[in-house]
Design a protein around this ligand. Structure first.
Ligand SMILES: Cc1cc2nc3c(=O)[nH]c(=O)nc-3n(C[C@H](O)[C@H](O)[C@H](O)COP(=O)(O)OP(=O)(O)OC[C@H]3O[C@@H](n4cnc5c(N)ncnc54)[C@H](O)[C@@H]3O)c2cc1C
Length: 290
């Protein structure tokens, strides 16, 4: 791809098959655009210069939210704002609603989409880390077929995801887990900024004991990170002792310094966010569920 933008073509796709044909025809120079809230700033900064934009934001098949079998299936062009207000998301994936409320400003949430967020791969973004904890998968379609890719390994590094030219994220599939409670916490210097650290947690309780727990964080690395060792150590503990056990997590993390924050400070922020997210997740477990 040329790094100098000379001309740019734009097509608004009306269906997924049409979008896939357009992307296949455009080859490496074609890019999907959805809300444009990350791609357009990157183009303004000269960091992306696609020759052909295929707008998928109004494709009806990408705008739906439905329960299908054991999953809540969210179309890729569902906006962050819609995640915050949709009743099915509130019922079956409340973590996504809570995380989406923290994204940018209302203007960003009105345009930005869940598919755009997971495809863009910002290491600090709220939705990929939440999808990791939810053990969601992504439906990826291209001219050659359809496959499902797990959310965790989909993030490959700063702004890098497991997507090839011509591939479109068409849906995010969240397993239904009615007995879990969920928590999301983040710290940013100013409201609406990208978070310096965030934590997403899901728990299932048996009585007062943690039977299952999943925790993932941003801020620790170039992608969302699952804290498998901590998850194992919290399993079987009472809620009170589990929350106390998170203390000391910062000492276990190796976080590099960067221009925004010293690594040790970020590690401490992660610890505090994890403690709060686990506490919230335990409080969120619905007592009226079987
Ligand atoms: C001021 C500002 C503040 C922001 N703050 C936050 C924040 O706090 N947290 C946060 O998470 N985000 C934040 N964002 C980014 C925002 O959430 C974006 O909406 C999101 O990152 C991308 O979604 P989009 O639909 O706008 O994608 P686009 O900008 O349209 O696309 C982003 C990338 O994804 C690709 N893409 C889009 N849709 C698809 C698809 N269906 N399949 C395959 N590839 C696709 C595009 O080709 C492009 O590479 C902020 C943005 C701005 C401008």
């Amino acid at each position: 791809m040329s790094d100098v933008l000379t001309t740019m073509a734009y097509e608004r796709a009306r269906s997924v098959p049409e979008a896939l044909v357009l992307l296949a025809e455009g080859g490496e120079d074609a890019r999907p655009i959805s809300g444009g809230q990350s791609l357009v700033p990157m183009m303004n900064l000269g960091l992306a210069a696609p020759a052909f934009l295929v707008d998928v934001s109004a494709v009806p098949g990408l705008r739906t939210i439905a329960v299908e079998g054991e999953h809540l299936v969210i179309g890729a062009a569902v906006t962050h704002a819609e995640l915050t207000s949709d009743p099915l998301v509130a019922e079956h994936a409340p973590l996504l609603a809570r995380a989406a409320r923290q994204i940018g400003s209302q203007r960003i949430r009105n345009r930005g989409t869940i598919g755009g967020s997971v495809a863009h791969g910002d290491a600090a973004a709220e939705l990929p880390v939440s999808c990791h904890v939810l053990e969601a998968d992504y439906r990826i379609e291209s001219a050659t077929g359809t496959e499902l890719r797990a959310a965790g390994p989909f993030s490959l590094g700063y702004y890098q995801t497991d997507l090839a030219p011509g591939e479109l994220v068409t849906a995010i599939r969240v397993p239904l887990r009615p007995r879990h409670g969920w928590g999301f916490q983040e710290y940013s210097r100013r409201a609406g900024d990208f978070a310096l650290a965030s934590a997403a947690a899901g728990v299932r309780l048996e009585g007062d004991r943690i039977a299952e727990v999943a925790i993932a964080v941003t801020g620790a690395a170039d992608r969302p990170v699952r804290l498998g060792e901590l998850e194992r150590s919290l399993t079987g503990q009472s809620v009170a002792s589990a929350v106390r056990s998170v203390a000391g997590l910062a000492a276990e993390l190796t976080v590099a310094d960067d221009p925004y924050c010293a690594g040790a400070d970020r590690a401490r922020l992660i610890e505090v966010m994890v403690e709060r997210a686990v506490r919230d997740a335990c409080a969120d477990v619905r007592k009226d569920r079987p």
